[in-house]
Design a protein around this ligand. Structure first.
Ligand code: PMT
Length: 409
């Protein structure tokens, strides 16, 4: 899949550097050639010799090596690749990238490049959640740097939370999507996907929301993009990274989400996976509602939010050719979803049980039923990424452009 592609892998100094060795393997397995830049701190965790053996190329570390400058200057090093991957990306290298420093070979190459850059952060959970790192990440995302991870989990420092570098296989899959969009049955199709929760303000500090993490919706946006669609992902506030290779629009409320869905104009596919709040405060307070001693709690008057799915499903010349909704139910799953599909006017609805015991909200897996006018398909429990790929495959089939694997089914 990556035959002929050249990756420049920058390995910074963190305990996750050992995963860079596995990443070299995964990338080379796919046919890519990999050249490494190893920072001074990175060399404390993996040896140049290991990287050299796995890449079958020399490893670059020293900015002032005359040989490098005559044979392979840092400008050429940064441009001689199709993609730069920083894995692990430490808090330090993210800060240096955001500040535009060129204080070692890795930072200089990153500053000089005109190629896409994918970073896989890895650091202690407190370093990742620190305001300084958050600001650096935001700056880098605005500049078009792609992020994968970090994942949640137990860390080498005995803490738990976000900060673990994505697995080599996950990074290689994203590289593949970025550089080798092999089968593109949805090329030329435009899609809007909604994802995550909405937040409806009660006053400047309080809001109504829900537990959606955006994992399912973001995975669907990525899967459609992987099949060649031009995707706009409209995301409510979530803690996960924007997927690479598509446009992400960030919104808070249902009103903003609807406006962002209508903004791209004519689209072919709409997938509404967001958990949109059905109601909002009728009159959000402009100042914080004060708690007064002895007074009864304030009552909150609610008013309905616009229904984004129903709006997009309305018949007319601008209606997308395929509108897919989700039904989040806690009882009578399939019956309620069948009814919801008709009421909202969408073509398909993906029913999922969101009772707390299922772990659907925020979890990694989902058990869904795909409901159309012609019947109900019961899918097995799958990782959310696999639900997304399967749904994207069905969408490609709908447009008469099956993925090779699906055509063979
Ligand atoms: O984000 P995750 O943690 O990965 O969890 C995934 C999920 C459970 C959020 C997702 O799979 C899901 O079920 N999304 C729909 C949640 C929801 O709001 O369901 P609903 O049954 O209340 O709404 C039905 C449909 O109408 C949905 O497509 C929803 O996006 C849409 N809707 C609802 C209200 C509204 N005002 N506008 C809408 O467009």
């Amino acid at each position: 899949m990556l035959k002929g592609k050249r990756i420049l892998l920058i390995v910074a100094g963190g305990i996750a550097a050992f995963k860079a060795l596995e990443l070299v393997r995964r990338l080379r397995e796919r046919g890519a050639s990999v050249r490494c830049v190893l920072t001074e701190a990175g060399a404390r965790f993996v040896t140049p010799l290991s990287l050299q053996a796995l890449t079958e190329d020399r490893v670059y570390s020293d900015m002032f090596s005359l040989t490098d400058e005559s044979e392979m200057g840092h400008i050429q090093l940064s441009r001689d690749a199709d993609l730069l991957v920083v894995a692990p990306a430490t808090a330090n290298i993210l800060a240096r990238m955001a500040a535009g420093l060129a204080d070692d070979l890795a930072a200089t190459v990153l500053l000089a490049t005109d190629k896409p850059v994918l970073v896989a952060p890895a650091m202690n959970v407190r370093m990742w959640t620190h305001a300084a790192t958050a600001a650096n990440v935001e700056t880098l995302k605005k500049r078009g740097i792609y992020f994968i991870g970090p994942n949640d989990g137990a860390m080498a420092c005995n803490e738990f939370g976000p900060g673990r570098m994505s697995e080599a296989e996950e990074i290689a899959a994203v590289v593949e999507r970025m550089l080798a969009p092999a089968e593109q049955p949805l090329a030329g199709k435009r899609a809007v996907v909604t994802s995550g929760p909405t937040r409806e303000a009660i006053d400047p500090v309080r809001y109504i929301s829900n537990h959606s993490s955006g994992k399912q919706g973001h995975a669907i946006a990525s899967a459609l993009a992987a099949l060649g669609a031009e995707v706009t992902l409209v995301s409510g506030p979530v803690a996960i990274a924007d997927p690479p290779g598509l446009t992400t629009v960030h919104v808070d409320s249902a009103d903003q989400m609807l406006a962002a869905c209508l903004e791209p104009g004519r689209i072919d596919i709409a997938v509404c996976a967001a958990a949109v709040a059905d109601w909002k405060a009728a009159k959000p307070a402009t100042a914080k509602i004060k708690k007064k001693a002895g007074a009864a709690p304030p009552s909150l008057e609610l008013t309905p939010n616009p229904d984004i799915l129903a709006t997009l499903s309305k018949a007319g010349p601008e209606r997308p050719a395929l509108v897919v909704g989700f039904a989040a139910e806690t009882e009578n799953l399939v019956a309620n979803a069948i009814d919801k599909r008709k009421r909202k006017g969408c073509d398909w609805i993906v029913a999922n049980d969101v009772s707390p015991a299922t772990g659907t909200f925020g979890g990694e897996r989902n058990t869904v039923h795909l409901i159309s006018a012609t019947g109900v398909e019961d899918w097995p429990t799958l990782a959310k990424g696999d639900v997304a790929m399967r749904l994207a495959g069905r969408i490609a089939l709908h447009f008469g452009r099956p993925k090779r694997a699906e055509a063979a089914e």
